[in-house]
Design a protein around this ligand. Structure first.
Ligand code: FAD
Ligand code: SF4
Length: 547
């Protein structure tokens, strides 16, 4: 953060009291550069690191001289699990730029870095002390997206002053839509969302193109040697933020190139990332959405999840931009591509948030399959002979990113087949990905990926043998294991584990309609073959750390 922001503008400098050197505080200057004594502070307003919505009415309105915005780097957030260094850096950098922007717009800001002694307190204690030192009468906050933090702030300061004006539905959106119906199906929620927000609809009120869902046109396997674009990068220098995190001894995961930090951490860089996506990647987004391989970390994915989850970007801005691009150039950006992408944001993202709020706090302890094994050791360093899993872990450590199918059908698949405790899986996913926040990570990991919610998010467990990976990727050809073999020390571990998983969970899963073919196929195998698969799977379970 700079020291001076311009004549007659605002100056960032330490508070002249105990917070000296820790806080960056704005002081109003007159045209002659003399400090104007600001009005006494009435209200402190907390802005969390994932509430950086520049269009929120709090910030969009004229600055109020008696309001101070508090943004604080808190150990509570950095130390709850082991996070990727890029994730912590991205949030702190985005917070700093946001604070700077607020000051440029005339707001008073108290930015507290990790150096502040109160960074180790709870949010409630920190704000109570801050209110005292500012002599403020009120503390206000916006609806947090994390259940535990929501409860904590309510208990300290009463209900939130406002929502974040970010999501397209209330927290109760899913519960309201389904009411007492036993099942929550994404497709039903998504259609309602399209109608409600008038997205990809024709003038008669029907879905554009006469169809709601174009999934059948999407999800191809990329030909070998398909030319790939460089990922859009809006590099920024985050050396100071990274040094601060390291100086405080925060335990992190993965690597970072601090002076070419790759994630968009300002609203304008987030927009550039969106522009790049729409211009270059959207035309093939859906086509290769499910492709897996070592060729590229991002393929045609947008890399927008951090910008969305920190709220730098509004979901409707992204949706409208994609819809307009399709309407303007339908031959270049087909409806299948636009619809496939919009479904992720208007559908899945809002849906999983609704599931989270409908089911918390119990959701966080669900373990429907009664899994208790530890996470395999190679999740932390990628040291496995399974080519698909090795690449997914190594790429996650390098980029704090893996795309959806890597998260679901590679890493989630192996963790689930190996019977890993959902708490361990949850903690790993929450730590490693730049976009991981509990409201979106938990329903995806514990729910969709691990089936620990017993089928609230997914209608069946997402597991596969090696055949799915062979069809969808270029990994198997270079793997230590042989994808066609089911038993033996060189057989692909997923093959035997897949059958043993279904056998083990027959009483819980046997009735699921979507597993209509699985159990009859198992039952048709001769007992010798079944036993060989079960023995082989037992071997993989015992040797889970050295697969
Ligand atoms: P794209 O593929 O370009 O998709 C565009 C946007 O759609 C994403 O930015 C995201 O905002 C949204 N989106 C797509 N799928 C989902 C979904 N299933 N749930 C919610 N939003 C979705 N996403 C997170 O934002 N945070 C997480 O912590 C997270 N954890 C996941 C854990 C598992 C086990 C799985 C299977 C998925 C998880 N996802 C999570 C969803 C998805 O994998 C990421 O949103 C996506 O990979 C982010 O990359 P992208 O921006 O390039 O996405
Ligand atoms: Fe993955 Fe099995 Fe293919 Fe190896 S053979 S890459 S473990 S699916």
């Amino acid at each position: 953060m700079g020291e001076k922001l311009g004549d007659g503008g605002l100056l960032l400098r330490p508070l002249p009291d105990e917070q000296k050197i820790y806080s960056l505080v704005s002081i109003l200057l007159s045209a002659e550069n003399q400090p104007i004594h600001p009005a006494p502070v009435q209200t402190l307003r907390l802005v969390l690191g994932d509430q950086l919505n520049p269009q929120h009415p709090w910030f969009a309105s004229n600055p109020q001289n008696d309001v101070v915005y508090v943004l604080a780097e808190m150990r509570h957030e950095t130390d709850n699990v082991r996070h990727h260094i890029q994730k912590i850096t991205a949030f702190f950098a985005a917070m700093e730029y946001f604070a700077q922007d607020l000051q440029n717009r005339g707001h008073r800001v108290d930015y507290r870095t990790l150096d502040h002694p109160d960074s180790t307190l709870s949010f409630g204690e920190m704000l109570q002390k801050a209110a005292k030192s500012w002599d403020a009468q009120n503390v206000e906050y916006l609806e947090p997206d994390d259940y535990a933090l929501d409860q904590h702030l309510r208990s300290c300061f009463g209900p939130p002053a406002d929502s974040t004006h970010h999501f397209l539905f209330e927290r109760t959106g899913v519960a309201d839509h389904f009411g007492k119906k036993p099942q929550r199906l994404l497709e039903s929620f998504y259609r309602m969302a399209r109608k409600k927000h008038g997205v990809l609809m024709d003038i008669a009120g029907n879905p554009l193109g006469g169809q709601w869902n174009f999934d059948a046109h999407n999800r191809g396997r990329m030909p070998k040697n398909h030319p790939l674009l460089d990922p859009c990068s809006t590099p920024s220098d985050q050396t100071e933020v990274v040094a601060r995190i390291q100086r405080h001894g925060i335990q992190t995961l993965g690597t970072v190139v601090a002076d070419r930090f790759p994630w968009p951490v300002t609203h304008s860089d987030a927009r550039k990332t969106l522009d790049h996506f729409v211009e270059h990647l959207l035309p093939l987004f859906g086509t290769y959405q499910d492709h897996l391989g070592p060729e590229h970390p991002y393929f045609y994915h947008s890399r927008l999840s951090f910008a969305l989850n920190s709220k730098l970007l509004h979901p409707m801005e992204v949706i409208r931009r994609v819809e307009e691009a399709h309407r303007a150039e339908p031959d270049r950006i087909s409806l299948a591509q636009a619809e496939g992408f919009i479904r992720q944001i208007l559908g899945w993202r809002e849906f999983v948030r609704g599931i989270y709020w409908e089911n918390m706090p119990n959701y966080g302890t669900k373990n429907a399959l009664n899994h208790h094994a530890p996470l395999p050791a190679w999740f932390w360093d990628g040291n496995t002979r399974m080519a698909c899993a090795r690449h997914a872990v190594q790429q996650s450590l390098e980029n704090a990113y893996a795309h959806h199918i890597q998260r679901l059908m590679v890493l989630g698949n192996v963790a689930l087949l190996l019977g890993t405790h959902p708490d361990e899986v949850d903690a790993w996913y929450l730590g490693i990905y730049v976009d991981a926040l509990s409201w979106v990570e938990m329903p995806n990991t514990r729910g969709m990926s691990q089936f620990a919610d017993g089928g609230i998010v997914g209608t069946k467990p997402y597991v596969s043998t090696g055949q799915y990976l062979k069809k969808q990727s270029h990994y198997c050809g270079s793997c230590h294991y042989r994808v066609e073999e089911r038993v033996g020390e060189n057989a692909c571990p997923l093959n035997a584990l897949y059958w043993e998983f279904h056998h083990r969970h027959r009483s819980t899963l046997g009735h699921l309609p979507r597993l209509g073919y699985t159990y009859p196929t198992w039952d048709k195998m001769d007992p010798e073959q079944q036993n060989a698969l079960l023995e082989q799977a037992a071997y993989w379970h015992e040797n889970r750390d050295t697969l």
